[in-house]
Design a protein around this ligand. Sequence first.
Ligand code: UDP
Length: 288
Amino acid sequence: MICVDNFLTGSRENIRHLQKDPRFSLYCHDVSERIRIRGEVHSIFHFASPASPVDYLKYPIKTLKVGSLGTHNSLGLAKAKRARFVLASTSEVYGDPAVHPQKEDYWGHVNPIGPRGVYDEAKRFAEALSLAYYRTHQIDVKIGRIFNTYGPRMRAHDGRVIPNFIDQALKGEPLTVYGKGKQTRSYGYIDDLVRGYVLLWRSKYTGPFNLGNPAEYDILELARVIIELTGSKSKLVYEALPVDDPKRRCPDIRRAKKYLGWSPRVNLRGGLKRTIKDFTSRLQRRSR
Ligand code: UDP
């Protein structure tokens, strides 16, 4: 297994335990540049991209490049090696959706020139290019659309709502609610997401498939659950709503259920407990 990463937003710490494994090797590289790999490649999982809005607003051009040039290079590699190609796409292809819940055949409501457009349009292009390689070069493409995934090993300063709230709650700092906190999201635990991708990879389908947990919560509800589970005394502080922040988001997962036999098993409280445990132990290690 070859891991290709330039660690723009990732962390070497997260793969340290894998580096002892002789089957694992690390190629420190930006996939927006040509990818050179010797020998056979059976499958490519193209998951490279900043994914937190804070990161893609900080790196707008790199985000556009990795979704376009990075996808082109990865598909070129898939073509040269006749490899299966699995794409990490996103619920952001639906933008601020006008249809609820979102089904895969909904085309979305994206502002191409707004600040979030750099991520949304890069992923939409990545899907279009993958399908073009599937149709033109018969590459075995598989597309999953990820909905607000979370879990252990996220950076405390990732910027996304769950790591932000957990970090703030554990430190007794106020939880930063953007806008009125009435916007909704549907949070998928990492283990469920990985299992969904493995089923998709092994399947005969191209998709796209929504991979998310349809249990929908607004931001205030999420803040309350995190305060309760951490036993924190944190209060809430209200900050400006980011531009084009989607008002509602919830996956329709009937397609993944029917064709992949997949549905999530970990509910929000269960997933948050495991994530809080990991954040707590990392915080304790840092303060030692
Ligand atoms: N959010 C918030 N406080 C934070 C971070 C995010 O209220 O500290 C809100 C954000 O405005 C959005 C939702 O939480 O409505 C999810 O944001 P996130 O950055 O996790 O991902 P998004 O779904 O926007 O890509």
